[in-house]
Structure formats: structure tokens, C-alpha cells
Design a binder for this molecule. Structure first.
Ligand SMILES: [Zn+2]
Length: 176
């Protein structure tokens, strides 16, 4: 299922992502890094294309399409672990008041397009979350709260991105 070299798009495939943690109405929630898009517990995220609104600002029209568009950049992204981890705050320099970043495996399904940064999918849901334990932070509380997503959540001590990646690899089942 997580063989990235030969994905079978009829089945969900698994890749890696970094999320930002934001405050939800009753606890921490995962959000996309670059958009205000909160992932709800127990609900698949459905990709939308924002390109049309960008072009409309310049007075041009382009027909909206279902995400992921083949020649677009829309869709929910998943990548190889090193690519996903590159978006993490560096644990040592993470400012205390910045949003915590978490790494994790993401399940992608529906239409999935392969791209140079990994995959862009129509539908997604987390498969496992790796929460870096930052000194002085609320990482433990956040890890507990993220349990609402109903997937394994691991709080890991780490000083570098490489240690997070190693901890994340250690969570993989032997068959994966
Ligand atoms: Zn698009």
C-alpha cells in the first residue's frame, strides 16, 4: 500500500505531509501549511482548485475543474518523507508561539496525479501523526488532542529534523 514506486491508484496510497496545528473549537486541529484549510476529524479532505479565482482577479476566465487538475497545482499533496520533513520548523529554533508543525503519513485516494513534489490527490485523510516534543511547548497536550482524528499519534523527543524523520520511519510496520 505504501510502495511509492508502483502506486495502485484504485487503492488509497500513503505518502508523507507536514501539517500546522491550529486551535479548533474543542481542541487542536490539523491545517494545511499554506492555506487556512482545517482538516476535520473523521472526514476526508476534498481538494478544490483555487486557480480560477486567481485568474479572475486579472479579468481572465478559466473554467473551473475538479481537483487535481492534470496541468494545475491543485490537490492535496503527499510526498516522500524527506520532502515532507523539509517543511517542518527546525525543532531547535521553533519559536514557542509559532504554530506547532507535525509530520505524518497521509492516505490519498480518488484521482491522484503524480508530480515532481510527490502526489496531488482528490481526497485525503491522515494515517499517522508524529508530534515533535518541543521544550516548553504544549506538545503533549496537542498530541492528546490530535487523538480526535482516530489515527495513531506519537509524541517523539527530537532535536533535529533528522531525528523526527528517524522516529517517523520507526513507526512504520515491518510490512510497509
Ligand atoms: Zn486546479
Amino acid at each position: 500500500m505504501s510502495d511509492l514506486a508502483a502506486p495502485d491508484y484504485a487503492e488509497p496510497l500513503e505518502a508523507w505531509r507536514t501539517w500546522r496545528v491550529v486551535s479548533g473549537p474543542d481542541g487542536p486541529r490539523l491545517s494545511s501549511l499554506f492555506f487556512e484549510e482545517v482538516w476535520k476529524p473523521n472526514a476526508a479532505v476534498e481538494a478544490r482548485c483555487n486557480r480560477r479565482s486567481w485568474l479572475d482577479r486579472f479579468g481572465r476566465f478559466r473554467q473551473a475543474h475538479a481537483a487535481p487538475g492534470e496541468h494545475c497545482e491543485c490537490g492535496v499533496y503527499g510526498a516522500r518523507i524527506e520532502q515532507a520533513a523539509a517543511y517542518l520548523w527546525h525543532p531547535r529554533i521553533a519559536p514557542r508561539r509559532a504554530h506547532l508543525h507535525v509530520l505524518g503519513r497521509v492516505r490519498l485516494w480518488g484521482d491522484v496525479v503524480e508530480c515532481e513534489r510527490g502526489y496531488r490527490a482528490a481526497l485525503a485523510y491522515p494515517a499517522e501523526l508524529i508530534v515533535p516534543a518541543l521544550p516548553g511547548g504544549r506538545s503533549g497536550e496537542i498530541a492528546d488532542g490530535l487523538g480526535r482524528y482516530g489515527v495513531p499519534v506519537r509524541l517523539v523527543e527530537c532535536r533535529t529534523r533528522e531525528e523526527i524523520v528517524q522516529a517517523a520511519r520507526d513507526t512504520l510496520r515491518p510490512a510497509a
